[in-house]
Design a protein around this ligand. Sequence first.
Ligand SMILES: [Zn+2]
Length: 176
Amino acid sequence: MYCIRCGAKTESIIPLLDNRLRDVCPSCQYIHYVNPNNIVGVIASYEGKVLLCKRNTEPRMNYWTVPAGFMENGETLLEGAQREAMEEVGIQPLPSNLFMIYSVPHISQVHFYFHCKLKDTSTAMGDEINDIMFADYDEVPWDDLAFNSIKVLLKKFFEVGDKKAGNLFFNLSSLD
Ligand SMILES: [Zn+2]
């Protein structure tokens, strides 16, 4: 690869005091660290039903998930979750509690989901979504969820219920 600072070709070396290979610029010495990405999303509920949306993009196109996406530079976790919720399903989650955090180490991601209660069921579909539903436990398309982590997230939500979703749950195991 080429240095993002000066454009010189980088070398893969273990920098001094480090213990992993990094792409290091021999010209300006810049070290290109690659660290996990943050995924921010919302588990939005209305009268105990959860808002699910169907992915209109790969991977896992046409499978169900909750509004979520990559956090951007310069925003907080909550701002990122609110932005994704607005972009994907047109809802404006109020400041709310962080509901679950978990790691997906095999793709180097950390996920943060906020719980928010909606005042009504009005939504607006963004380009990355092709269907929206509000589901209670029995209505969730459990076999058509996009990721195993979404299954864990939804199971936990229905386990604790709408009212106690203000509690925070850490899932310290690896999810996929
Ligand atoms: Zn450089």
